[in-house]
Design a protein around this ligand. Structure first.
Ligand SMILES: *Cc1c(COP(=O)(O)O)cnc(C)c1O
Length: 356
């Protein structure tokens, strides 16, 4: 592997978007990182070039069979002007787990983090400063052989693009209404649920659309075998507080191992709040609700950090959680993690990495 990143700077920098109206994933910075893979050279030709379209052959394998993976993380600007990344090495480790499942060659974790830091540093003026905003970072890998046979490709591109994104909760944290999906499934045991691979998201759109039409923001996915056990909520991991104990579904291959999930578990242990990773039945959850023991429910992920659940609808059994308001524990976790990310709270876990 050639550990040097060539940098070609843009001669036509773009105008930066209005920080108060960024939305998500709509604007892109001036540069992108690209690295190629071929069987004889391995990963090579790491470079940063002006952001722009890729020219690809219509037969490019990823367009036909979806051999690809992606990641998502953010860079935050602190009040005193520093730039922080949240656990970027975890994203790079997860890339290799996704790669392995999708038959894509691994990348060097340290080099991947270095590539992110170099790109963030070059485009640092794109990191928004308004409270709650951040620079979303999207690394991804695609199979690039022009070939229509079904097999793992021999060539790939690893690309990193970045997008300034708005505050997820610009009008305060509003708990979401969730539809428990009872027909479609997101992932199955032995499948690709644990990998961040595009097909999983394409497969989830149909159920999301149906839930939206019914007035729900997201779906709660049940397991793909028996449709009995809780798995994830939308593209977030999910936690429930029942009778003082926090429960999250155990990672069994069909659940995406979220970095926010892992951080929440670590925080709860640090606070001596009982936390258990296990199978959680939807019937058990409903029974707990009926007996008044379901205290809080929330999703976790990089985009929102914490997304409280105010209502669950399971086969027309409606569960209103904590009066549809954000719970005390969700608030505490949210304030702690976002506080560490934005440099307001001291990072006693070593979760943040500074970009110079
Ligand atoms: C990315 C993702 C998550 C959350 O992972 P984080 O690392 O916390 O952002 C959860 N579920 C799915 C399906 C995801 O794609």
């Amino acid at each position: 592997m050639l550990n040097q990143i060539k940098i070609q700077k843009t001669t036509t920098p773009k105008q930066k978007p209005d920080q108060n109206n960024l939305g998500f994933g709509k604007h892109f910075t001036d540069h992108m990182f690209i690295m190629d893979y071929s069987k004889d050279k391995g990963w090579h030709d790491a470079r940063i070039v002006p952001y722009g379209p890729l020219e690809i052959d219509p037969a490019t394998m990823v367009l036909h069979y979806g051999q690809a993976i992606f990641e998502g993380l953010k860079a935050y600007r602190t009040a005193d002007g520093r730039i922080l990344l949240f656990r970027p090495e975890k994203n790079m480790e997860r890339i290799n787990k996704s790669n392995d499942r999708m038959c894509i060659p691994p990348i060097d974790v340290d080099f991947g983090v270095e590539a992110i830091k170099t790109l963030v540093s070059l485009d640092k003026d794109w990191i928004p400063t308004v409270e709650g905003t951040s620079l979303y970072i999207r690394p991804f890998i695609i199979a690039t052989d022009p070939y229509l046979g079904v097999k793992p490709a021999d060539t790939y591109k690893f690309i990193i693009i970045m997008s300034p994104s708005g505050a997820y909760y610009s009008t305060g944290i509003n708990p979401v209404k969730i539809y428990v999906e009872n027909k479609y499934v997101r992932a199955v045991r032995g499948g690709t649920g644990f990998a961040k691979t595009p097909g999983n998201y394409a497969a989830s759109l149909k159920a999301q659309g149906i839930a939206h039409d019914k007035g729900y923001e997201q779906v709660l996915w049940l397991d793909g075998v028996e449709m009995k056990y809780v798995e994830e909520v939308g593209s977030m991991n999910v936690f429930f507080k029942i009778n003082g104990e926090v429960i999250t579904p155990s990672l069994d291959g069909s659940i995406l191992p979220g970095i926010t999930r892992e951080s929440v578990i670590q925080l709860l242990k640090h606070w001596n709040i009982p936390v258990t990773e296990r199978k959680l039945g939807i019937q058990e959850l409903y029974d707990a609700y009926k007996e008044g023991r379901l205290e809080e429910a929330f999703g976790t992920g990089t985009a929102a950090v914490i997304s409280p659940i105010g209502e669950l609808n399971w086969n027309d059994h409606v569960m209103t959680i904590n009066n549809g308001e954000i719970g005390e524990l969700a608030t505490r976790i949210y304030n702690t993690i976002t506080g560490i990310q934005s440099g307001k709270i001291q990072d006693e876990f070593g979760w943040t990495t500074e970009v110079k």
